[in-house]
Ligand binder design. Structure first.
Ligand code: APR
Length: 309
């Protein structure tokens, strides 16, 4: 358990993240911050009142300022506006960049030693904004995307194969957009290559559904985007850090030469422990996967070049 985790943004993703963090007792205190008066306070109190039933001692509070967040060990940033139907993640770019910039300035001042987990979209670019504004080392700025995309991929595979989700091992790399790269060559079912269990056409359809998984939810919800699986993914990253688990999870990390690329956040296999990003693992890729990753990197670089800092 760490002392304090802050969740910025008390909307759907933020509030669900806070509740999950508390239920797992990952911190003594979880602080939710939002610009809307009353919302973080009300949700925080409601969550704290679930503690006697759920059986956790994590104290959840909500606030509109950063004073209460001071000295946080981890800051999960979910502030921003959510994707509406027909809106791409990149449409969100400038609004959310302004919000994330302002949040990152506060985090730098009040929690200078924290590890930031970026959730706000477009994720890879928002992580870049946070890295630049805070000046934190890359070990302490990570983006949540790959864990969520991989969870979607694993869920669809488990459904198609009629097996437990627990037995599907997989990795989705690249940017958190339609160019993400689910690695079929590293997808196994309890060690059995998935290509031995599913024909190529079915696999391709699952890969495509994974790529558009976020949009599929937006289409149903109409007024917002996914939050149950995204919050689970953010909390899994927090847990790996808090408990120093040394887990290998696909996360958006700042590349400095890995996979032949530099100067951008891209989803790659990362070892997460108490220091945050402890290592980026470079796996061998097929020619197709390499090309797909390069295309994904281009899709991240483009919005990066238009964001004003
Ligand atoms: N500081 C703190 N909170 C802010 C700020 C700010 N500067 N600006 C906006 N917010 C808050 C909003 O008031 C709102 O409560 O961020 C919250 C966002 O919540 P939702 O609209 O419910 O959006 P949510 O579904 O939680 O998604 C948040 O995560 O997955 C991504 O694409 C998604 O970028 C979006 C983010």
């Amino acid at each position: 358990m760490v002392n304090k985790i802050t969740v910025v943004g008390a909307g759907n993703v933020g509030a669900t993240t806070a509740q999950r963090l508390a239920e797992k007792e990952l911190a003594r205190q979880v602080v939710m911050v939002d610009v809307v008066e009353g919302i973080p306070q009300g949700k925080g109190l409601d969550q704290w009142e679930s503690a006697p039933i759920e059986g956790f001692d994590t104290r959840v509070i909500g606030t509109n300022g950063y004073q209460e967040t001071a000295g946080s060990d981890i800051v999960v940033i979910t502030a921003g506006i959510a994707r509406k139907p027909g809106m791409s993640r990149d449409d969100l770019l400038n609004t959310n960049a302004g919000i994330v910039k302002q949040v990152a300035e506060q985090v730098k001042k009040t929690s200078p030693n924290s590890i930031i987990i970026m959730v706000s979209n477009p994720l890879d670019v928002m992580a870049y904004v946070a890295l630049k504004v805070t000046g934190f080392p890359r070990e302490r700025v990570l983006g949540m995307a790959g864990v969520l995309d991989t969870a979607r991929y694993r869920a669809f595979l488990a459904e198609a194969l009629d097996v437990s989700v627990r037995d599907i091992q997989a990795m989705v790399l690249g940017g958190h957009g339609d160019t993400m790269v689910p690695l079929i060559s590293y997808t196994t079912v309890s060690g059995i290559p998935v290509t031995q269990l599913l024909d190529r056409a079915k696999l391709d359809a699952i890969v495509e559904r994974t790529r558009t998984g976020g949009g599929e939810i937006v289409k149903y919800l109409k007024t917002g985007s996914a939050y149950y699986a995204p919050s689970s993914a953010a909390v899994q990253m927090c847990e790996a850090i808090v408990r120093d688990q040394k887990r290998i999870l696909p996360c958006a990390a700042w590349l400095t030469g890995e996979y032949g690329m530099s100067g951008l956040f891209l989803g790659v296999p990362c070892k997460l422990g108490r220091k945050g990003l402890e290592r980026i693992i470079e796996v061998e890729l097929t020619a197709d996967e390499k090309a797909a990753l390069a295309k994904s990197a281009d899709a991240v670089r483009e919005p990066m070049s238009v964001v004003s800092l």
